[in-house]
Design a protein around this ligand. Structure first.
Ligand code: HAM
Length: 416
């Protein structure tokens, strides 16, 4: 029988996995001094966790969720994103009782039934962060600063930041009215989804990829022109803080994001080099969500980085550096084989990557294998060396040869 992975779901194999590990460890290192702690939430939740927060009329909820009934008939969904689960955990575990702000990060798989293409998968991975308890625009700039520093650390610092403000409950009604006015004369050009949802949620039209819908983006009323004075002040202050931190950005009034929970600041980090799937990271503020989940009125802000897209960029630009063994133990004869077997165990116990094989192959083919593995050194152990308690070595990068005491082998390699 021949099995294949599910469409849009992929294995992450070496050497690519080394890029993933580097990205993950960079995230942990960059986030720690900003006070972020790791949180791990389940990959599945009750479906309402997502429908209530992401929004009933979003593409994610309408078309993209992996939802099923469990054996007891409860509706369960594989998480399409990480914010809603973290807010659920924050409220359920009363994390708002801890000193504010509370800052969390997560790394893990997300699931969306989208049409797979370059940079778009059905199982994909995010590194996300969520900060609770601070609505000051300095927090927004701090979050963007952390994202910039992370991108710098992984070598893609030239990506563009786009920011926008999509207002709050106070500014939305006037904007909604203006949009409905604008759209009602153009209903014919809207896609069937948007025809259905524009009155309830006109922002969705601006986020729609269908031709007719995206064509009217340019002329549509812009939410940024309808901000209340508090939201305008918040946005202006954010811009000032970004400038003082030296973070380049562009205001993109058309960017509204595909999730309903956002208020005020939204942002995206985009690149030209990924084709249609240009957003490498995205996020925003969600000041009402904790309350909607039954918690106190605690504001929040966060972002998520798409790991497939980010690692693709890093690979394209910098290649992949695959680690290689420190030493290959080439042996001649049964006694040397036994000694090398023990020596390898000792080396590995000391953290030295040692390779050898059990095939009894010729010295020549052992050298070939060492070469293919890109070992830094070959240690040669034959009857003569064994009698002297020594090993001969050859450094493969430049052919340098020599001999050391067998007892010194670990120290020798550790000092390289
Ligand atoms: P999002 O914009 O839906 O936001 O996703 C964030 C990032 O995840 C995208 O910019 C993209 O890099 C990646 N991504 C999304 N869908 C796919 C896919 N099908 N295949 C590959 N990569 C994908 C959120 O998920 C929010 N929870 C972000 C956030 C956190 N907002 C506040 N806090």
């Amino acid at each position: 029988m021949k099995f294949r992975a599910i469409k849009g779901v992929q294995d992450i194999l070496p050497p690519d996995v080394y890029v993933w590990q580097e990205v993950e460890s960079a995230a942990r290192q960059v986030f720690a001094p900003f006070g972020y702690k790791e949180i791990r939430t389940p990959v599945m939740e009750f479906t309402e966790v997502f429908t209530r927060s992401i929004g009933e009329t979003t593409d994610i909820v309408e078309k993209e969720m992996y939802t099923f009934n469990d054996r007891a008939g409860r509706s369960i969904t594989l998480r399409p994103e990480g914010t809603a689960p973290v807010v659920r955990a924050y409220v359920e575990n009363h994390l708002y009782r801890l000193p504010s702000p509370q800052k969390y990060y997560y790394i893990g798989p997300m699931f969306r039934y989208e049409r797979p293409q370059r940079g778009r998968f059905r199982q994909f991975h995010q590194i996300g962060v969520e900060a609770f308890g601070e609505d000051d625009p300095r927090m927004d700039a701090e979050v963007l600063d952390m994202l910039r520093r992370f991108l710098e650390r992984v070598g893609v610092e030239d990506l563009g930041f786009e920011i926008n403000s999509i207002g709050c409950d106070a500014c939305r009604p006037a904007y909604r009215e203006a949009m409905v006015d604008f759209l009602s004369g153009r209903v014919d050009t809207l896609c069937t989804d948007c025809r259905r949802r524009y009155e309830v949620n006109p922002l969705r039209v601006l986020d729609c990829k269908a031709k007719g819908c995206s064509a009217m983006k340019e002329e549509a009323p812009r939410i940024i022109d309808y901000l209340c004075s508090d939201c305008r002040g918040h946005f202006e202050a954010l811009r000032g803080h970004l400038e003082s931190l030296g973070i380049p950005y562009r205001v993109n009034p058309g960017m509204v994001r595909g999730l309903d929970y956002y208020t005020r600041t939204t942002f995206e980090v985009t690149t030209e080099s990924l084709g249609a799937q240009s957003a490498v990271a995205a996020g925003g503020r969600y000041d009402r969500l904790v309350e909607e989940f039954g918690g106190p009125a605690v504001p929040g802000i966060g972002f998520a980085i798409g790991m497939e897209r980010l690692t693709m960029l890093i690979r394209d630009r910098h290649g992949v550096e695959e680690p290689a063994p420190s030493v290959y133990l080439a042996v001649i004869g049964a006694d040397a084989e036994a000694a090398a077997y023990k020596l390898a165990s000792e080396m590995r116990g000391s953290g030295i990557w040692a390779e050898l094989d059990y095939s009894g192959a010729s010295l020549r083919s052992q050298f070939k294998r060492a070469d293919r593995l890109r070992a830094a050194y070959v240690f040669i152990l034959g009857e003569d060396e064994l009698a002297r308690g020594a090993v001969r070595y050859k450094r493969l990068s430049d052919g340098l040869q020599g001999e050391i005491d067998m007892d010194d082998a670990v120290r020798f390699l550790s000092s390289q």
